[in-house]
Every structure is written in C-alpha cells, then in structure tokens.
Design a binder for this molecule. Structure first.
Ligand code: SAM
Length: 333
C-alpha cells in the first residue's frame, strides 16, 4: 500500500518515531521500511505545516510503498462497529450510550496497550469549569492521568478540570504565530496546554495563564513544574477581573472559552498592546460561522477606541450537527 511517510536518517529516527507515536500519527498497520541509511515512517494522515514544525530534527516528507504489519491487532478485528473514543494519557474515553461497553472497553485495552482505564462520559462538558462526570467501564478506577502532547506533559484529573486532546493540532497552529520576546495572555488556561507549549518555545516569551477553576490552576502549576517552564505566571481568578491588572501587555490573547468568550471581550481588548492578536474561539452555526462573532469583537474594540483587522477566520473542528468550533483571529490596532 502506498502511503505518505517521513524519511529520516536511521541515527535520527528514534526521536521522530516517538513524537509521531505520541501524536497518533504513526501508522501501526504498515511496516516501517529500513533502506540504506534511512527509515521510512508511515503516517496515519497528511501532516499539516504546524505538525511538521513540531517534529524534531531533519527529515523529508515523501511517499513509499509499505507492507502490512502482520500480527498487529486492530479494533476492526474485534468489533463490528468501532465507536468514537479518544485517549487522554492512559485513559480511553467513550460515550455513555456506547453499545456493549464491556466488549468495547476490552477491545480498546487489547489494541491500545498503553490504555489502563476505560471511562464512559456520563455528562456533556458542563458548568462554568467545563468538566464532565465519568464512570469506569474497565481497568483502574481513576480519572487522573498524564497526557503527552508535542513533547509536553500534562497531569489532569478529567473530572476536576477540562482537557481535550482534540485541540492538539490547533494549539500547535497558534504556537507558530508566537514570536520570541512576545507576551501571551491565556485567559482560560485550564491545565495549561496552550500556555506551557508556548512557554516552552522560548524562555523569552512571557505567558500569563488565568483560570477560575482552582483545581485547573493546581494542575496548571504542577504542569509548569513538570515541563520545567520558567516563564508562566499561573493566576487563579476571573479573567474579567485579572485582565485589569495587565492592561496593554499582550501581543497575543487566547480566548478558549467557546460559548461564553463574548462576555470577556472588553477585558481582552484592554489586554492588547498595539497590533496584538486576539485568538477568539466560539461555537457557531453553519449559517453564521463567523459574522456575528466577528461583529462582537469589532464592537468591543470600538468601545475602547480601537480599530481591528481580520487576520483569519477558520473552522477548527465540527462540534455537533450543523455546529462548528471556530477560531477568529483579529488584530487590535
Ligand atoms: N484552554 C484550556 C484547554 O485548551 O484545555 C481550557 C479551555 S476550557 C474550554 C475553558 C476554561 O475556562 C476552563 O478551564 C474553565 O475553568 C475556565 N473558565 C471559565 N470561566 C472563567 C472565568 N470567568 N475566568 C477564567 N477562567 C474561566
């Protein structure tokens, strides 16, 4: 089978293989090719620029003809229908209404050897702190784990703070926009996946990370240490109030509180140094993906006597039927 792959010198192959594995980008159904001085690592999907930038060392993106990896157990071998699930650290999360939950959990644990616990979500993401409730289907009864993403590690208790691995690519895309020496305010930082990844890019980047959930901030502080980041100021508090202490400091303001970010736009504009960029996340209907949200940002800037320039508006992922998680990036002049 012909596949996209990464061609890398054998002696430089291991860090990149590990990075691809962590990002779920290494296709385990195909056998890695070893030829002369090079390895060819098969990919599960076409890599985006932001993903490529996060891979270590020198390599080439190419294609090759791969043989099937025999003996590799696949979910298709064990289940007729593969339900949607995601893996955070060593925990697999399935929906509560998954048919035959024990069979599904058993199959996931057989195929994904690193999974030690399978949880079913008993609630949607809910409340001010955007948490969920879970029940254990199989494995160890716990909701805490350590998740690896783009070379950073995050300790999380999934019932006490928000985290999703589905934004990994989005986070890495934001990372490419942050320059050395800049200041970033992450208004809804959670356990720190934006803040810490950005802080690790350079010690000369100042990151101010705010969250109202005391548990999230506890994990955030732990994760700052876990990743040896020296440039994150972790603040527990309401973003509207805390932002007042940092007027005009930010070159980038990250507003990852879809549904409610509009309530914080005046504070976000206040944070903005001249020409700062607001990265505004929202959940919108397909009939009005960007327009209404953009208007809210423009109106907030106007109230502060500032003007705006749209940098980019894009869909991050689908959220529900006809609804999308979008990101609107606006320069505040
Ligand atoms: N950015 C993080 C991430 O990507 O994992 C967390 C995003 S989560 C969707 C939104 C976060 O906003 C939650 O951690 C929640 O506790 C926090 N939050 C909600 N209201 C807040 C407020 N008024 N001020 C600061 N943080 C708030």
């Amino acid at each position: 089978m012909r596949k996209s792959c990464i061609k890398v010198l054998k002696r430089e192959g291991e860090p990149i293989r590990k990075a691809l594995l962590e990002m779920d980008l290494l296709d385990n159904s195909a056998r890695i090719i070893s030829e002369d001085d090079h390895l060819y690592l098969p990919l599960t999907e076409e890599l985006q620029e932001s993903q490529l930038m996060n891979l270590p060392g020198e390599f080439e993106l190419t294609e090759n003809e791969f043989k099937e990896q025999k003996g590799q157990l696949k979910l298709e071998d064990l289940l007729d229908d593969i339900p949607h699930f995601e893996v955070v650290g060593d925990i697999a999360l399935v929906e509560d209404d998954v048919p035959e939950p024990l069979k599904v959990a058993d199959a996931i644990m057989k195929v994904k050897k690193n999974v030690k616990t399978v949880l079913a979500a008993m609630s949607p993401v809910e409340g001010e702190f955007r948490t969920r409730r879970f029940r254990t289907i199989a494995g160890e009864t716990r909701t805490s784990t350590t998740h690896k993403e783009y070379g950073c590690r995050y300790y999380i208790d999934l019932e006490r703070a928000y985290f999703t691995p589905r934004l990994a690519t989005e986070r890495s895309r934001i990372l490419t926009q942050i320059q050395d020496g800049q200041t970033v305010v992450d208004m809804f930082a959670g356990v720190g996946p934006y803040s810490i990844m950005i802080a690790k890019k350079s010690p000369n980047i100042r990151v101010i990370a705010i969250d109202k959930n005391p548990n999230a901030v506890e994990f955030l502080r732990h994760n700052v240490k876990l990743n040896s980041a020296t440039n994150v100021e972790a603040i527990e508090g309401d973003a509207n109030i805390e932002a007042q202490k940092f007027a005009s400091v930010a070159d980038h303001v990250i507003m990852n509180l879809p549904h409610n970010a509009n309530e914080f736009l005046d504070a976000a504009v206040k944070l903005c140094a001249p020409n700062a960029i607001i990265h505004y996340y929202d959940i919108t209907h397909e009939d009005d993906l960007f327009e209404s949200s953009l208007k809210l940002i423009e109106e907030a800037a106007e109230r502060a006597g500032r003007t705006t320039e749209l940098i980019e508006a894009r869909i991050v992922r689908s959220y529900a039927p006809h609804q999308f998680n979008v990101c609107i990036e606006v320069k505040v002049i």
